[in-house]
Design a protein around this ligand. Structure first.
Ligand SMILES: [Zn+2]
Length: 305
């Protein structure tokens, strides 16, 4: 897996001392962390370094950019989110060739999804290679602390999301009090077909979805040719279009691990039976574009109270 070489990291992180760089390299080279720098590892890296976490996040952006999957634009965007636990999460943009541009995931979304999939309870700041686009500002408005979220861009003072998104439209406008990272989990049971490992993981991801606008909980689990599995939860936005499909969320984990989407061999989609929307067609189309030989299985679930 293409993660990062010691020499490349040295070029990108000249401000870090040798021991700190070695520690960071050790963390970045663990694909199972999926672009997470756990809080204890971050403490170890920054020990004896004259570098604040905010500055370190900005310095990490080129490392995040390396994980972008941008076959259409060849334009790599990087983001780093700081979770409330103190762990950091890398994010990068993801594009799907042969399909509509609407399937793209922006780096900011990827960093947030990465934190969400690691079961963080929130995000306090987000570093980005350039100020977030309008689409991302809207997506970020699902966070519980949205207006207080610090946006960090190199060479500029931190700006609160609230200042970047005046006259915001958000969950309150649709009468929704739930927020992303609220920790809500529903109990789901499979209503179609037999269950296997991928099904269990897809159902587990569906149970953690953030779908307050349709309640159409959904989850995806992917397996790759090296045997790794990736899960993705469905995440909605009050403005609908910035919502992320469960496949997009799973693909974020995959590219953050340094794997190629073409490695996918099998996928399972779990979604609510009789829901007002379905992820089935878009999941099949995106999977066909990225990994034509991959199999897709769909199972339905219902909520058990
Ligand atoms: Zn964006």
């Amino acid at each position: 897996m293409a993660i990062i070489s010691a020499e490349k990291l040295r070029q990108l992180m000249l401000k870090l001392g040798e021991a700190a760089r070695q520690e960071l390299l050790r963390v970045l080279r663990q694909p199972e962390l999926r672009g997470q720098i756990p809080a204890p590892a971050l403490t170890a890296v920054l020990r004896d370094q004259q570098l604040r976490v905010d500055d370190f996040m900005l310095n990490l952006l080129p490392v995040a950019q390396l994980r972008a999957f941008a076959p259409l634009s060849n334009f790599r965007v990087g983001a780093v989110a700081c979770g409330t636990s103190g762990s950091l999460y890398l994010g990068a943009n993801l594009e799907v060739p042969l399909e509509t541009l609407g399937n793209s995931v922006h780096a900011e979304q990827a960093a947030i999804v990465n934190a969400f999939m690691h079961e963080e309870s929130g995000v306090t700041s987000l570093a980005v290679t350039a100020a977030p686009c309008g689409h991302c500002r809207q997506f970020l408005n699902e966070l519980p602390n949205a207006s207080d979220l610090d946006i960090l861009v190199k060479g500029q003072s931190a700006v609160k999301l609230g200042a970047m998104l005046p006259s915001a439209f958000g969950p309150n406008d649709l009468g929704v009090s739930e927020r992303l990272f609220g920790g809500k989990k529903v109990n789901l049971v499979v209503t179609s077909g037999s269950t296997d490992e991928l099904t269990a993981l897809a159902v587990g991801a569906a149970s953690r979805s953030y779908a307050p606008y349709t309640n159409a909980v959904a989850g995806v689990a992917l397996r790759t040719s090296v045997g790794t599995v990736y899960e993705g939860c469905y995440i909605e936005s009050a403005a609908f279009n910035p919502s992320l499909s469960p496949l997009q969320a799973a693909l974020v984990g995959l590219i953050m691990s340094g794997e190629s989407p073409s490695n996918i061999t099998a996928a399972t989609l779990a979604e609510l039976e009789n829901a007002p929307i379905t992820q089935e067609n878009v999941t099949g189309a995106v999977l066909d574009a990225l990994a034509p030989a991959a199999s897709l299985r769909r199972v339905t679930v219902r909520v058990e109270h």
